[in-house]
Ligand binder design. Structure first.
Ligand SMILES: Nc1nc2c(ncn2[C@@H]2O[C@H](COP(=O)(O)OP(=O)(O)OP(=O)(O)O)[C@@H](O)[C@H]2O)c(=O)[nH]1
Ligand SMILES: [Mg+2]
Length: 267
């Protein structure tokens, strides 16, 4: 058994109108806290696919520890969140006309995909939630923030407004997400060299100012897509399973090193 049902059904404590600070619970889950069965149930309830609330931490399946973590893609409409998710999950690029994601009923319709990654011999399950970037769906997105363990915040290097809005997104994240949420800034559409209006250095500078890791990506070419999700998965895995004497995993250092090793760009 991998799940322990905590609170049943819809209409429980989560709602788009919930107090912004009410969900601020740290993960606070370490391997040392795990019972010998390997089943761990943290106190924070999570939302399942069906809209029910569960306590999910990690489970042992066929002798492999599988860590389940929720990653949310956020940023302005059109920056490429859906395309990034599809590239990562299916290895394909959604070319053609732009179909904006809508968030009508956040419990039923918020699109997400699961992907299991192998991190240091541990299967890390990422539950990746796509969000609607349009302003009118913002309250829907807010309701999800506090369930996120990590946020990939995207702007579009060909769209200056999407870059300028990053400060506002970071303010929202600060207001609605868990205090210890992992945040990574991604400058997407790096393949569009001719239309680029935001330099890589500008992205680096902003990320440095806010103390978050940064990389440029392309859902079209695949540039750094795998690396972005791997880095997040590594950070989440280390947080969950850190041994007392193990040095802290440094996400930013890891990203910088990987970028240097790969000459900044890899697909
Ligand atoms: N050149 C290029 N185009 C991209 C890239 N990623 C996305 N696009 C294009 O940008 C447009 C918007 O992409 P989406 O992924 O739908 O954008 P979104 O962020 O999900 O937008 P919302 O759902 O409205 O929030 C589409 O026409 C994509 O084909 C990329 O890396 N490079
Ligand atoms: Mg979308």
């Amino acid at each position: 058994m991998s799940r322990k049902k905590a609170v049943k059904g819809k209409g429980s404590s989560k709602s788009p109108k919930a107090s912004p600070s009410s969900g601020r619970t740290g993960r606070g889950l370490t391997a040392a806290a795990a019972p010998s069965s390997g089943l761990v149930y943290p106190s924070r309830p999570s939302l399942s696919n069906s809209g029910e609330f569960y306590d999910i931490a990690f489970k042992v399946s066929r002798g492999i520890l599988r860590v389940i973590n929720r990653v949310m893609l956020v940023g302005d409409s059109g920056v490429g969140k859906t395309c990034l998710l599809v590239r990562f999950k299916d290895g394909a690029f959604l070319a053609g006309s732009f179909i904006s994601t809508v968030g009508i009923d956040f419990r039923e319709n918020m699109p997400h995909k699961n992907k299991v990654m192998s991190i240091d011999a541990v299967k890390v399950k990422l539950q990746i939630w796509d969000t609607a970037g349009q302003e009118r769906f913002r309250s829907v997105t807010h309701a999800y923030y506090r369930d996120a363990n990590a946020l990939l915040l995207l702007y579009d290097v060909t769209n200056k407004a999407s870059f300028d809005n990053i400060r506002a997104w970071l303010t929202e994240i600060h207001e609605y997400a868990q205090q210890d949420v992992v945040v990574m800034l991604l400058g997407n559409k790096a393949d569009s060299t001719h239309n680029r209006v935001v330099k890589r250095e500008e992205g680096e500078k902003l990320a440095k100012e806010f103390g978050v890791p940064f990389m440029e990506t392309s859902a079209k070419s695949g540039l750094n897509v795998e690396l972005a999700f791997t880095a997040v998965a590594k950070e989440l895995k280390h947080r969950t399973m850190k041994e007392p004497d193990e040095p802290k995993f440094q996400l930013k250092e890891y990203v910088d090193k990987e970028m240097r090793t790969a000459g900044c760009c890899r697909s």
